[in-house]
Design a protein around this ligand. Sequence first.
Ligand SMILES: Cc1cc2nc3c(=O)[nH]c(=O)nc-3n(C[C@H](O)[C@H](O)[C@H](O)COP(=O)(O)OP(=O)(O)OC[C@H]3O[C@@H](n4cnc5c(N)ncnc54)[C@H](O)[C@@H]3O)c2cc1C
Length: 440
Amino acid sequence: MTDVVVVGGGVAGLVAARDLAKGGAHVVLVEASDVLGGMIRRHTVAGLDLDMGADSFATRNDAVGRLAIELGLGNEVTTPDPRGAWLMTRDGRTFPIPQTGLLGIPGSPMAADVLAVVGQRAALRAQMDSLLPSPVGSKATSLGAMVRTRMGAQVLDDLVVPIVAGVHSTHPDRLDPDRVAPGLRAAMLREGSLARAVLALRARATAGSAVQGIRGGIVRLVDELVADMETYHVDVRMGARATAVEQHAVDVVTADGGAERLVAEHVLSSTSDPDRTTPAARTGIELVTLVVDRPELDAAPRGTGMLVHPDATGVRAKAITHSTVKWPWLAEAAEGRHVLRLSYAVPAADDDAARVGTSRPVDPADPTGRRATDDATALLGVPVTPASVVGAASVRWQGPDTTAAGLADGVVGIGEASAGRGLAGIVASSRAAAERILDS
Ligand SMILES: Cc1cc2nc3c(=O)[nH]c(=O)nc-3n(C[C@H](O)[C@H](O)[C@H](O)COP(=O)(O)OP(=O)(O)OC[C@H]3O[C@@H](n4cnc5c(N)ncnc54)[C@H](O)[C@@H]3O)c2cc1C
């Protein structure tokens, strides 16, 4: 019998296990794979250590910033280059993303940067939001329905769709606003309009920027969390897959075929129980990283990158991050070379489990490399030829799971399966869960 079993050694499980053990609980952490960190990993491309997945965290709360300070990384927290990212609309037009928005929803519909993208007519329609009674759209079941009702279809299609596709890999009609923009619905009722709600939520962000990163990569959070497993004597079981997760017991099978039942006062799980969760059609994501020797990119032609409307023709990537513009520390490390990261939607059926979370080198002349260099050329307006590529790699990930985790009664849900995609929400909910247990 132990105090707590935590299932899953991704960031959610590591944060919860650390807090619980630091608070005096005896904690067993079970991780199915042979690495800790889950989706937060690093790979090395052309000699550069790079995040394989997440490269930033949202500042809509201070959860990750506070954790970074506690982990000794407070001085390493960094803000992305203020030039910001661009977007490509359905018809292939490109613009800087308007400054005062949230997931593309404009906080100032008549601002010049919004007008430039949607035109006057659509901006006027969006401005009507300020005249509508606040309950209009407040019961919307999707983010798309909320924006369409308050601000019209064009703002939704030109601004929200490409940004949501880049961030959440899906259409706003398939996203629960309470999950992806917590507090937005309540702020709309309180403030009287969607635009004012956006401005209120933005004002709450702890930094001037909507996201921040860590010098050297987000993965440094995981390095420190893993080191703390030893410091606080967490009993970490690697290669241990939970097969049944109940309120006071977790059945585990090990890589060598062994089986064990762990009995605990409390069980926290960052995975959902397949028997209790409606399977959702999840998309896959392929990230192709190119390290490029192309001095014309020094001018940062599209700021920190570009989010592409899913129906835009002529490019297959759904987003590109110009990582060496976004993160000055990386530009320094790259010594004049550029790091570009393109993301692609791939069918989940195409997803071979062994490839998920694994980095593979890419030959710039093969079809994957060609597709990435062609898209980088089209998106950045600078010829990125296979010959200019000094290193390339591809990683597959699963897109976010939009169904709520099903768990046995009494099991405490943490992590992406319960709190949705993104570190800000996950770290906050893991810490709150640990605190509740320590207080009980
Ligand atoms: C390409 C990409 C880019 C992203 N970019 C950002 C970003 O910029 N900012 C941001 O905030 N977020 C971003 N995210 C999301 C963020 O990385 C995740 O939401 C977060 O890392 C999830 O953490 P988690 O601990 O909940 O889950 P995971 O990281 O998935 O960890 C779950 C762990 O549980 C283990 N496990 C699974 N089943 C079992 C079992 N039965 N028994 C035992 N162990 C099990 C897994 O092996 C894994 O280690 C991105 C995600 C991806 C894929």
